[in-house]
Design a protein around this ligand. Structure first.
Ligand SMILES: C[S@@+](CC[C@H](N)C(=O)[O-])C[C@H]1O[C@@H](n2cnc3c(N)ncnc32)[C@H](O)[C@@H]1O
Length: 278
């Protein structure tokens, strides 16, 4: 069956974002060697370490945007690889209740980051429900901030984030969502680390964040996201990248989508109000 494409030219996986449990998600992602969350893991671990070392807070709160079934939380907290998770969910033949119980038990014995709070935001209610019930995420926000402001309750949760992370999310979300997340707290701005496919321009987001007092750096290097889902997807993405003046030689031409890493941190204020540090 032909893989449907979004208007962006990227393959659409909308059908697996809304299932009651993550089995189909991991199976499909595994077929495509989806690996960006795993390549992102050491970067996110480093961000957490640096945030702690900056002595702002002992138990940092990490907010994963477009978290789906708690994918980044699962990798980080279980210190797992994508193939371990794919294997775990492929051998789980039980129903959803048993799967949730198995994940809770796993987390109970193997949480490598007990002193980090994990939040997730996504447009998919079933994916968030799964991540919350398993305990992978301590709290969740079900919202599409592309189309509107968060409610007061959602804003209060978002405002507690110290570090905002994402993989495979920018493109679905733009500067609208990121500005709303960044300003959830009236003064305190979270750090950010986003892995962004090269077909999506981060500059409008960096500009919006700069207006809010952030400095954004693009980290060196490129990160494999996954294999193209079809020849049609590869053709469309190659066309988009070349139209944007991006050299795809030995990269996307070889069958993989690549992402860049953008790190955004608030510039120190001249007279920082320590009360607002936490
Ligand atoms: C490619 S998946 C990435 C999931 C996960 N971060 C990972 O890397 O495995 C994209 C996710 O973004 C979510 N999404 C799409 N539009 C969104 C929006 N406007 N706001 C929040 N999440 C959105 C989808 O529901 C889906 O879970």
């Amino acid at each position: 069956m032909a893989v449907p494409l979004h208007t962006t030219g990227k393959a659409s996986f909308d059908d697996i974002y809304d299932r009651p449990d993550p089995r189909d998600y991991y199976a499909r992602m595994s077929d495509l060697d989806y690996r960006i969350p795993e390549l992102a893991k050491p970067v996110f671990q480093q961000q957490i370490r640096e945030y702690r070392a900056s002595a702002r807070v002992d138990t940092p709160t990490v907010l994963d945007l477009g978290c789906s079934y708690g994918v980044n939380a699962a990798l980080l907290r279980l210190d797992a690889t994508m193939s371990e998770l794919a294997e775990h969910y492929s051998t789980a033949k039980d129903d959803r209740t048993a799967l949730v119980a198995a994940d809770r038990a796993l987390l109970g014995t193997r949480d490598t980051l007990p002193d980090v709070r994990f939040l997730g935001m996504d447009a998919s209610a079933p994916a968030l429900a799964y991540a919350r019930e398993t305990g992978l995420l301590h709290d969740t926000v079900h919202a599409d901030l592309e189309s509107g402001e968060p409610t007061d309750e959602q804003r209060a949760i978002l405002a507690s984030a110290d570090i905002v992370i994402s993989t495979g999310c920018v493109g679905y979300v733009t500067e609208k969502t990121l500005a709303r997340v960044a300003t959830a707290h009236p003064r305190r701005r979270p750090w950010m680390a986003h892995f962004v496919l090269r077909m999506f321009d981060f500059m409008p987001i960096a500009a919006e964040l700069a207006a809010l007092g952030y400095r954004t750096e693009r980290a060196p290097g490129l990160f494999e996201q996954r294999r193209f889902a079809s020849a049609a997807e590869q053709t469309q993405v190659l066309n988009t990248l070349s139209a944007n003046g991006i050299d795809t030689t030995d990269r996307e031409t070889e069958g993989w989508l690549y992402a860049g890493l953008y790190l955004s941190r608030p510039l120190p204020k001249p007279h920082a109000d320590t009360e607002d540090q936490h």
